[in-house]
Ligand binder design. Structure first.
Ligand SMILES: C[S@@+](CC[C@H](N)C(=O)[O-])C[C@H]1O[C@@H](n2cnc3c(N)ncnc32)[C@H](O)[C@@H]1O
Length: 261
């Protein structure tokens, strides 16, 4: 959940990172709590790699039992073994810092809203452009606009419309900035979409992840005007039936879920 989100959160999504930390710490405490005294008593050195495999297995079990998303299970299973393996490589600490900074510049959205960067397929952009070709609109916005591929395409196909894109990760935003710079009807900004009022938007497009969909729908319902259009690429609003679903002819079998406010 974004720090800036003004919305309430459900228990499952409350403090997701603390929850994951707790799961990993629980697995490590159990394995090391047994293995360490055992090795001390037997005057043996702790077999770090084997212990890390056990920690990974236990963390995987805990994350599966607590119904975490599949990618969290993979991270839990591999975190301790990867830590032990990498610590044996004697990589200079600056590289870890540099990698962390680079990842943060690209994937800030994954930290703030559990939404990583991935780009709408060309097929999805084409389908969206066709869908919106005749829709009466003055303002369209892409929430979490990535590198600007959707916003720039829409700004080109709909010269009569003001297209907005907002992105909170610096590197994708910078790419989008150059991509949209020459498009007079394309407005590109760095920031959180939770802070953007949707009251004057005729079409809101979002390609995010399952995590923010309920809260985003609440925001859309509260702020968007009746008759306007909310389109989600790939992720349905939980417990709300879409007014239309468009199946895109691309390799990912993308679906665009369209909700009329
Ligand atoms: C799946 S990508 C979609 C990119 C683009 N809309 C597209 O369809 O190609 C989602 C983007 O949302 C951004 N994001 C995540 N949380 C955000 C937030 N709170 N405010 C603005 N952007 C956010 C991520 O950094 C990521 O670039």
């Amino acid at each position: 959940m974004d720090d800036n989100s003004p919305h309430s959160v459900s228990p499952r999504r409350n403090s997701p990172y603390l929850r994951q930390l707790a799961l990993q710490c629980a697995a490590a405490s159990i394995v090391l709590g047994i293995a360490w005294p055992y090795c001390l008593l037997r005057r043996q050195t702790l077999p770090w790699f084997e212990s890390s495999l056990l920690i990974g297995a236990l963390a995987f079990l805990f994350s599966s039992l607590s119904a975490q998303y599949w990618w969290w299970r993979v991270i839990h299973a591999s975190f301790a073994p990867a830590t032990v393996l990498f610590s044996g490589l004697n990589v200079a600490p600056e590289w870890y810092l540099a990698t962390f900074v680079l990842m943060f510049l690209v994937y800030r959205g994954a930290v703030t809203s559990q939404v990583p960067l991935y780009i709408s397929s060309l097929g999805a952009i084409r389908a969206l452009s066709e869908l919106l070709a005749d829709v009466p609109a003055r303002k369209i916005i892409d929430l979490g606009a990535g590198t600007g591929s959707v916003a720039s395409a829409l700004a080109r196909t709909r010269r009569d419309v003001q297209v907005f894109g907002i992105e909170n990760s610096f590197l994708p935003w910078a790419i989008g900035f150059f991509r949209t710079a020459r498009l007079k009807n394309c407005h590109w900004s760095l920031g959180s979409f939770w802070q953007v009022p949707l009251a004057d938007c005729d079409v809101v497009y979002a390609f995010l992840s399952p995590a923010p969909m309920s809260d985003l729908w609440l925001k859309a319902k509260r702020e968007m005007r009746p008759g306007t259009l909310f389109i989600s690429n790939g992720f349905e609003v939980p417990d709300v039936t879409a007014d239309a679903e468009i199946e895109v002819a691309d390799s990912g079998k993308t679906r665009l879920y369209c909700y009329r406010l």
